[in-house]
Ligand binder design. Structure first.
Ligand code: FNR
Length: 331
C-alpha cells in the first residue's frame, strides 16, 4: 500500500460501505476508507464467506447482521477504520479483518459524545501515550499497514508535536483533518496548519477538509504540500469528484443504487446515502425525495431512481437477505 499521490475516500459512518467504496473507486479513488466500526462491536463478530454474492462478511455472531462487507475487488485499496480506546482490544478486533483489507486506520478525530465518552475518537488526541500504545501494538502484530486520522489540536505546535510522536510509532501515514475538535463542518478547514504537519514529518500526510470539486485536489496539494488528499462530503454529494470530468448526479445515483443491489446492501444505509445526495442538490420534499423516504426495500428505490432509463428484471434468490435480488440492464 503506497500512500503518496493518492486520492482518498474519507471514512464516513453509514456511507462508506461496500457499494459506495466501489462507486468512488470506479470514479478514480485510489484508497477507500470504510466507515468507522467500534472494536467492541467487532469482538462480537465472525467472518463468513458469502457465496451467493461473492463477498466476505463480518457478521454479528448468532445473527444475520452484517457489520462489514468487502470483496476481492477492493482488497488492495480498502482501509478498515477502527474506533478504539484500548491496544489489546484494537488488536483482537483488527485481527478479524486484517486478511481481507489493505490497511487498518485508527479514528482519532470523532468529536461525537458516544466516542469521547468511550475514550475513543478525538478523546485519544489528549492521550499521546495511549496513542503510542495502540499504534505500536498494531504495528508489531499486523502484517498490513497501520495509519491514523487526527484533527488539529489547539495550537500548531501541539499538532506538530503529536504528529511527530505518531510518526515514531512507524505508522505508514497519517490523515489530518484540518479542523479542531470544537469546529463544526461549516467552519473552514485550515489547510495551512496541515502544511505545518507535512513540513514536520517524513511519512506521508493525507490532507483532509473542504475538497468540494475535482480542482480542489490540486489546490489543497499546493497549499499543504501533501501529495495525497482525502475527501468526505464532496464525495458523498457526487462520488465522481475523483474523476477529472465527473458525471451528472443522476448517473452517479443510478450507479450507486445498482451497486447497492448487486451487493445486497441494507436498505437503511442505502436510503441514508441516497437522501444525502438528493438533499444536496434538491429537496426531500420533491417527488423523488419523498419516494426514497417512503421506500421499504431496494426494489422500491430502484424503481424510483431508475424508472425512466433502466429495464428492470427481477429474480428471486432466496439466499439473499433482501430476498429479492434485482438485476439491471441499461437500455
Ligand atoms: C464523517 N467523518 C468521519 N471521520 C472519521 O474518521 N470516521 C468516520 O466514520 C466519519 N464519519 C463521517 C460521516 C459523515 C456523513 C461525514 C460527512 C463525515 C469525517 C470525515 O471523514 C472528514 O474528516 C470530514 O468530513 C472533513 O472532510 P470534508 O467533508 O471537508 O471533505
Amino acid at each position: 500500500m503506497e500512500y503518496r499521490n493518492k486520492l482518498v475516500l474519507a471514512p464516513m459512518v453509514r456511507v462508506g460501505t461496500l457499494p459506495f467504496r466501489l462507486l468512488a473507486a470506479q470514479y478514480g479513488a485510489d484508497i477507500t476508507y470504510g466507515e468507522e466500526i467500534i472494536d467492541h462491536k467487532l469482538l462480537k463478530c465472525e467472518r463468513r464467506i458469502n457465496d451467493a454474492i461473492g463477498s466476505i462478511d463480518i457478521v454479528e455472531k448468532g445473527t444475520e447482521n452484517v457489520v462489514f462487507r468487502t470483496c476481492d475487488q477492493e482488497r488492495n485499496q480498502v482501509v478498515f477504520q477502527l474506533g478504539t480506546s484500548d491496544a489489546v482490544r484494537a488488536l483482537t478486533a483488527a485481527q478479524l479483518v486484517c486478511k481481507d483489507v489493505a490497511a487498518i486506520d485508527i479514528n482519532m478525530g470523532c468529536p461525537k459524545a458516544f466516542s469521547i465518552s468511550g475514550g475513543m475518537g478525538a478523546a485519544l488526541l489528549k492521550k499521546p501515550d495511549l496513542i503510542h500504545d495502540i499504534l505500536t501494538t498494531l504495528k508489531r502484530n499486523l502484517c498490513i499497514p497501520v495509519t491514523c486520522k487526527i484533527r488539529l489540536l489547539n495550537s500548531t505546535h501541539d499538532t506538530v508535536e503529536l504528529a511527530r510522536r505518531i510518526e515514531k510509532t512507524m505508522v505508514s501515514a497519517v490523515a489530518v483533518h484540518g479542523r479542531r475538535v470544537v469546529d463544526r463542518p461549516r467552519d473552514p478547514a485550515n489547510w495551512s496548519e496541515i502544511a505545518n504537519v507535512v513540513d514536520a514529518l517524513s511519512i506521508p500526510v493525507i490532507a483532509n477538509g473542504d475538497v468540494f470539486e475535482h480542482e480542489d485536489f490540486q489546490r489543497i496539494r499546493e497549499v499543504t504540500g501533501s501529495s495525497s488528499v482525502m475527501v468526505a462530503r464532496g464525495a458523498l454529494w457526487n462520488a465522481s469528484i475523483f474523476h477529472p470530468v465527473g458525471s451528472p448526479i443522476e448517473v452517479v445515483k443510478r450507479e450507486y443504487v445498482r451497486k447497492s443491489i448487486l451487493w445486497d446492501h441494507d436498505i437503511k444505509s442505502t436510503k441514508y446515502t441516497l437522501k444525502e445526495m438528493i438533499m444536496h442538490y434538491t429537496s426531500l420534499e420533491l417527488p423523488e425525495g419523498k419516494a426514497v423516504t417512503r421506500a421499504e426495500n431496494l426494489s422500491d428505490i430502484a424503481l424510483q431512481v431508475n424508472f425512466a432509463i433502466l429495464e428492470l428484471k427481477v429474480y428471486k434468490i432466496p439466499e439473499l437477505t433482501n430476498y429479492w435480488f434485482l438485476h439491471f440492464e441499461y437500455m
